[in-house]
Write a protein that binds this ligand. Structure first.
Ligand SMILES: C[S@@+](CC[C@H](N)C(=O)[O-])C[C@H]1O[C@@H](n2cnc3c(N)ncnc32)[C@H](O)[C@@H]1O
Length: 328
């Protein structure tokens, strides 16, 4: 803009304009700028800063009813960029992935770091320990191979990706490593990806068993090899089964995601929870069932929200309810 210094604002727009026309434009500016501009025009002074005039004009427009119209092009560009990126991810997913439900993805790096701090706070473990637990799972080639090979052999291979992406299950794994439970109960087994992760953490702990419950009798096909040795797969509705399980150190709701069923699961498992038992929800992004139950039973509640990397899905999260000062 420097080359415009030394010209009247009006002259800049219409170099041939008369002094009268100049004054007309000057009248449209704010009081301070107008006085300056009128004086400059009248006295023939032509030292006028285009940047200050532009700023004044912008302020004038911003406070006028025309503001949203003036901002429309930049707003369209912003929302367009956002939606174009979601559209690109959606098309890529449609082409590359076979999943139709229970999606898998990686976490954005900062989101993963927040997850480590979240688990460190809830379990009262140093964050570096938690980061180490997460790395264990991420570097577990044996588990990845098992997921790949079992998926490729399974009857549902057309609807599942063979690449293991752990997303929030990374948090489940780290929690089990941090609190070293004797008995973990998961409702909702599906393919068994979560069960594998939980079983892998128990194996690393050196003790503990997982009970996983699903209403679908073909659920859990991924649970094989040494992982199956620490897992009891139960088939049926979760509510009657929960009412009869052994003492539970960590409970994970991941079955029928309705407020009613979720709440009934917490009530069913409550008498079975060990002193200081930890309750996790895979549905806390969608219902307030866990925080409500936590409040009714005098527990604390915290929530971490997922941010999937390079995926159109907006993510779920991990809700946790726990009693104060019980672990460690
Ligand atoms: C979101 S998937 C579970 C995902 C699994 N936890 C994982 O990490 O991959 C939900 C599962 O809950 C099961 N389910 C639905 N209603 C149920 C019920 N009333 N009792 C037990 N399982 C149920 C479904 O059959 C389905 O396999």
């Amino acid at each position: 803009m420097r080359e415009h210094y030394g010209k009247c604002f009006k002259c800049l727009l219409k170099p041939d304009a008369t002094g009268r026309a100049r004054r007309y434009w000057c009248q449209r500016l704010s009081q301070v700028a107008r006085t300056k501009a009128v004086n400059a025009c009248n006295e023939g002074l032509i030292q006028f800063d285009i940047r200050s005039v532009t700023r004044q004009l912008r302020q004038h427009i911003a406070s006028s009813p025309l503001a949203s119209l003036a901002a429309l092009p930049s707003r369209i560009a912003t929302v367009g960029r956002y939606n174009a990126s979601t559209l690109t991810q959606s098309v890529r997913w449609l082409v590359r992935s076979r999943e139709h439900t229970n999606f898998t993805y990686d976490l954005e790096p900062l989101n993963r770091e927040h997850l480590a701090w979240f688990i460190a706070s809830v379990t009262d473990r140093p964050v570096d320990d938690v980061r180490g637990f997460m790395l264990e799972l991420e570097h577990d080639g044996e588990l990845r191979e098992l997921v790949r090979d079992t998926t490729e052999m399974s009857a549902r291979r057309g609807l599942a990706d063979p690449v293991a992406r752990w997303h929030k299950r990374l948090g489940w794994y780290a929690i089990i490593r941090a609190v070293q439970p004797r008995h973990v109960v998961e409702t909702g087994t599906d393919k068994g990806l979560g069960s594998l992760v939980l079983a892998s953490a128990l194996i690393r702990n050196g003790s503990g068993r997982l009970t996983t419950i699903d209403i679908n009798s073909s659920a859990g096909y991924l649970i094989r090899g040494r992982y199956a040795d620490v897992v009891d797969v139960r088939v049926g509705d979760s509510l009657p089964i929960l009412a009869a399980v052994n003492e539970v150190d960590v409970f994970l709701h991941d079955s029928l995601h309705t407020f009613d069923h979720e709440t009934r699961e917490y009530r069913a498992v409550a008498p079975r929870l060990a002193d200081g038992g930890l309750v996790l929800s895979d549905n806390a992004h969608a219902t307030p069932a866990l925080p409500q139950w936590a409040e009714q039973t005098g527990r604390r509640f915290a929530y971490w929200q997922e941010r999937p990397a390079d995926h159109w899905y907006s993510g779920g999260g991990i809700g946790v309810a726990w009693s104060i000062g019980k672990w460690r």
